[in-house]
Design a protein around this ligand. Structure first.
Ligand code: KMH
Ligand code: ZN
Length: 284
């Protein structure tokens, strides 16, 4: 954990789309392949080093269709140097076996949520057997997981996962606290820091995101305690009170500015690749 606490720079992840918001309600949400690539380019320029991707189909609906996932991964890889992470969480309605197939399109990284959680009115299912299957497949395919922690119990489940399955490909353990989901861990600095205090010593870096109005307090708490940042319209649709986000890049730009003010400027993509021990799959 010493690396995590003394981080001299800040890994900024952008989660531009998610599976929950409807394009009809949020026209600024990037849902087409062209919008995704344009967003990735703009966010890289603004200071992001990693992109967490959920793909939408031609009707703007969340999908785990392999062809569309591959199109997204290839498109972002050709246009940017960002670390490409695919969501294995999908939407709460996605079947577990389909969520595993995300690894087939060879992303650099994948999300791996460390347990089932309340998710608003729904339930986001991540039973133990699924976590182990996903982790082992990621190890075999040399894909670096980002362990998503929505609950304090998930931190303990990560301990169990490492004990049973060992370290990820590359040996680094990066986690992301997703705080402020209705029904799960609150988006407060107190809850975040309780989670940080419980992290296993194998963890080499942690980031945090606050859903909705928890966004800025969690950015501030993470920056002041050695954490990294995840921002984006998957998590937060408001830039400020009464002012909607018009482009994901403005959330990245503000995070980069705050990180720079805190003397922990944004990591470059090369630094992020090294920090997370990402296998080089670049195509340009
Ligand atoms: N959409 C949520 C049900 C992930 O990307 O791995 C799950 C989620 C987590 O967004
Ligand atoms: Zn996600």
């Amino acid at each position: 954990m010493s690396t995590a606490r003394s981080a001299a720079s800040t890994l900024i992840t952008v989660a531009p789309t998610g599976a929950e918001s409807a394009k009809a309600d949020v026209p600024a949400l990037p849902t087409t392949p062209e919008e995704l690539v344009e967003t990735a380019v703009a966010c890289e320029r603004a200071g992001a080093a990693l992109i967490h991707i959920h793909v939408r189909d031609r009707q703007h609906q969340p999908t785990l269709d392999r062809v569309l996932l591959k199109e997204a991964v290839d498109g972002v890889r050709e246009a940017t140097d960002l670390v490409v992470q695919l969501s294995t969480g999908g939407a709460v309605t996605d079947p577990l076996d389909q969520r595993l197939t995300v690894l087939d399109v060879d992303p650099d990284s994948c999300s791996l949520t460390c347990g089932t959680t309340n998710f608003g009115d729904g339930v986001f299912l991540n039973p133990w057997g699924f976590m182990v299957d996903l982790y082992r497949q990621a190890q075999e395919r040399e894909v670096v997981p980002e362990f998503e922690l929505f609950e304090l119990g998930h931190v303990h489940a990560l301990r169990r996962l490492i004990d049973e399955c060992g370290l990820p490909y590359g040996g680094k353990v990066h986690v992301d606290f997703v705080t402020g989901v209705p029904g799960a861990m609150p988006g407060t600095p107190q809850a975040l820091l309780a989670g940080v205090a419980m992290l296993p010593p194998e963890v080499t870096s942690w980031s945090a995101t606050g859903i909705g109005r928890a966004h800025l307090p969690i950015v501030a708490a993470a920056l002041s305690t050695g954490g990294h940042l995840r921002v984006g319209m998957e998590d937060n649709l408001m830039y400020a009170r009464g002012r909607a986000v018009v482009h994901n890049s403005e959330l990245v730009a503000r995070a980069a500015e705050l990180a720079t003010l805190m003397q922990r400027p944004p990591m470059t993509t090369s630094e992020a690749r090294e920090a997370l021990a990402i296998k080089d799959r670049r195509t340009r």
